[in-house]
Design a binder for this molecule. Sequence first.
Ligand SMILES: NC(=O)c1ccc[n+]([C@@H]2O[C@H](COP(=O)([O-])OP(=O)(O)OC[C@H]3O[C@@H](n4cnc5c(N)ncnc54)[C@H](O)[C@@H]3O)[C@@H](O)[C@H]2O)c1
Ligand SMILES: CC(=O)N[C@@H]1[C@@H](OP(=O)(O)OP(=O)(O)OC[C@H]2O[C@@H](n3ccc(=O)[nH]c3=O)[C@H](O)[C@@H]2O)O[C@H](CO)[C@@H](O)[C@@H]1O
Length: 420
Amino acid sequence: MSFTTISVIGLGYIGLPTAAAFASRHKQVVGIDINSHAVDTINRGEIHIVEPELSSVVKAAVDGGYLRASTTPVTADAYLIAVPTPFKGEHEPDMTYVEAAAKSIAPVLTRGALVILESTSPVGATEQMADWLAAARPDLTFPQQAGEAADVNIAYCPERVLPGQVMVELIKNDRVIGGMTSVCSARASNLYKIFLEGECVVTNSRTAEMCKLTENSFRDVNIAFANELSLICAEQGINVWELIRLANRHPRVNILQPGPGVGGHCIAVDPWFIVAQNPQQARLIRTAREVNDYKPHWVLNQVKASIADCLTASGKRASEIKIACFGLAFKPNIDDLRESPAMEIAGDIAQWHSGQTLVVEPNIHQLPAALRSHASLVTTADALAQADVLVLLVDHNEFKAVESSQITQRYIVDTKGVWR
Ligand SMILES: NC(=O)c1ccc[n+]([C@@H]2O[C@H](COP(=O)([O-])OP(=O)(O)OC[C@H]3O[C@@H](n4cnc5c(N)ncnc54)[C@H](O)[C@@H]3O)[C@@H](O)[C@H]2O)c1
Ligand SMILES: CC(=O)N[C@@H]1[C@@H](OP(=O)(O)OP(=O)(O)OC[C@H]2O[C@@H](n3ccc(=O)[nH]c3=O)[C@H](O)[C@@H]2O)O[C@H](CO)[C@@H](O)[C@@H]1O
């Protein structure tokens, strides 16, 4: 059965580009979101998030009549669920958004529908989602009871696009297809082939769930290695950036870069899903999370030491010292502040420091509420002209473009090795 109508549930960083990609191939796409501001914005042909090349694709899709957004679920041939899966409490996966999304589409499901879970999820989540749908629709059969002959097909197909390059990677990346049966996998592959240039690699739903968690845990562990090296090098008086450059000249060594910590919606979150389900086995994965989560505290201590040096050398009072934090986003050249170590560090500095805290973040127009009363948003030029202590937290292109002649300060904490 082919796909004429497609519904994407959750129109955020993943759902909106996915909906726009299907619509750009002239499928009839209805995006569903509980956020009416997002829905209204999309229906005007505009976007509520920052992602290169997304806005023109959404505008063309909406203007062409292929994409519309709504707060009310509608019947479709295929449903893709891309709602948040954060953690709650002691790093337990919070599946309440997936549960709500599944329950919201259950009433409009029809025989022959395909439901795909794209949200990053713990192992077993797709089977759980199938149970929620089956409980809500006893008149339809699902793969658990009916196998290949089920009325509704279900698959887990994780998303692995890199924020900042979503519109390219969405099309080009290979995609893992974890159908609950082989029919589910075949149908899910056919759906993605509407826009996919990469390959569809078929497995079962549990392996596909674990594959997504594995990819991000692999990266987290490797970044933790780099962050641990940065602590060791500071102790030993060695430049960690030079050290890594040299070690990476070995044909089989490829160390990642240290930074202020690991942020974002994914790498700082997903490894915990493995730890939560496998507390005895996942020792390295847990330690990597702890190493990366410790890094912002270490940076804060470096900043405090720098301020102490500045106080001694300048004879100023602490309240007269101006600190400038460069960057709030969780990685370079994006506006996403979620789970950002830079935000955490800037927030802690602003709370703790009795003098002025200046913040430079070229990708936002207003400081987030948590910072607004303790810090001011300024330009790079103003921060460089006014501050006594510079704290570089994100390697945005704008900061990389600063000439060494523009930096007159002696007190610099550079977490990304940009102003070495
Ligand atoms: N952002 C990424 O880089 C990325 C990459 C790969 C996988 N993922 C995963 O994809 C999923 C979505 O992430 P995101 O970054 O797009 O999140 P997001 O917060 O940007 O977007 C999620 C959207 O879902 C909406 N929503 C919440 N509950 C809903 C419901 N019941 N019905 C309809 N809409 C609902 C929210 O209003 C929001 O607009 C998560 O599981 C995430 O881990 C994200
Ligand atoms: C396996 C993988 O690649 N997964 C990607 C990842 O996307 P992301 O944008 O979250 O990933 P990163 O760019 O790695 O950034 C994460 C944090 O790590 C910091 N960092 C990075 C490299 C480094 O050498 N040193 C660092 O310190 C960086 O500053 C930032 O805070 O998860 C998405 C959602 O699941 C995936 O879809 C996407 O494929």
